[in-house]
Write a protein that binds this ligand. Structure first.
Ligand SMILES: C[S@@+](CC[C@H](N)C(=O)[O-])C[C@H]1O[C@@H](n2cnc3c(N)ncnc32)[C@H](O)[C@@H]1O
Length: 259
């Protein structure tokens, strides 16, 4: 069962699209152009936002396999000719087809346990597959104007990010990107990275900011000394006055040696 709702994934899609590293996506697209009708597999695909963002930069002949454990999310994907695969990545990170040329993922790896990332890197390396990973949360949050409770709320939220999210045990959370880079490098991969924060504006992105803040307030209660009362007071203040919200993410494009 997935805890992710289609309306949340749709709400965040424009901010994700704006933040993704165009440089890394273009690199992956250039490498794919070496193949006739390359197969790409998106892990934790949800409603297909990754495919929609990558497809314009990949060869028109690209064939897609979208993997998720939530059939209701995959069912929202309207693109013709796409293979939807319902599967539990916790049991097996390597749910890509044998003919796959590139594995992609968006906003997935911070949900994963350190040991799961080890298994993913080993499986990618064994198959000599490149990986394009977008929007792994890196723990950095900036809020303008500041509020006296921000530090405690952010600490509590980041603590919650390290709870079990159904991908192999307690999640690596903000450490996931760094760990994945180190693992892939140890397997001989050449890894390109980019900082890809959301830069949200209080007016333009009001709906997304509200959803983010409400989620944080709920997640923070009972952690790092945050009481329900403190979280509610912070949320009320924040909803009334958040001009800017920056949320740190990292992208990577990793290629096995000799490719
Ligand atoms: C943060 S959402 C991102 C979805 C999509 N990549 C996007 O950018 O809109 C994480 C996705 O991973 C999927 N997921 C989480 N745990 C999973 C598991 N164990 N097996 C397969 N998919 C999983 C969820 O169902 C969800 O669609």
């Amino acid at each position: 069962m997935s805890g992710f709702r289609a309306d949340w994934l749709m709400l965040r899609e424009p901010a994700d699209r704006a933040a993704r590293s165009q440089r890394l996506i273009a690199m992956a697209g250039r490498d794919l152009a070496a193949f006739a009708a390359p197969e790409v597999c998106d892990l934790g695909a949800g409603t297909g936002a990754g495919m929609r963002a990558f497809a314009p930069h990949f060869p028109a002949s690209t064939r897609w396999t979208l993997v998720d454990n939530a059939p209701a999310l995959l069912a929202q994907i309207r693109a013709p000719g796409v293979t939807r695969r319902v599967g539990d990545l916790a049991a097996n990170p390597a749910l890509w087809p044998a003919t796959c040329r590139l594995v992609t993922a968006t906003a997935l790896f911070d949900l994963a346990a350190a040991g799961w990332l080890d298994r993913l890197a080993a499986a990618l390396s064994a198959a000599r597959l490149p990986l394009l990973s977008c929007l792994t949360y890196d723990g950095h949050i900036g809020l303008v104007p500041q509020h006296p409770f921000d530090v405690a709320m952010i600490a509590a939220f980041n603590d919650h990010q390290k709870t079990d999210k159904g991908l192999g045990g307690p999640a690596a959370g903000p450490d996931a990107h760094r760990r994945l880079v180190a693992l892939l490098a140890a397997h001989g991969y050449r890894v390109e990275e980019a900082e890809t924060p959301w830069r949200l504006d209080g007016v333009r992105d009001a709906e997304l900011i509200r959803a983010v803040l409400e989620g944080w307030a709920e997640a923070a209660v009972g952690r790092c000394g945050v009481t329900a009362g403190k979280a509610a007071a912070w949320l009320a203040a924040r909803l009334g006055a958040t001009d800017q919200l920056v949320i740190g993410h990292r992208d990577l494009y990793a290629r096995p040696s000799g490719t």
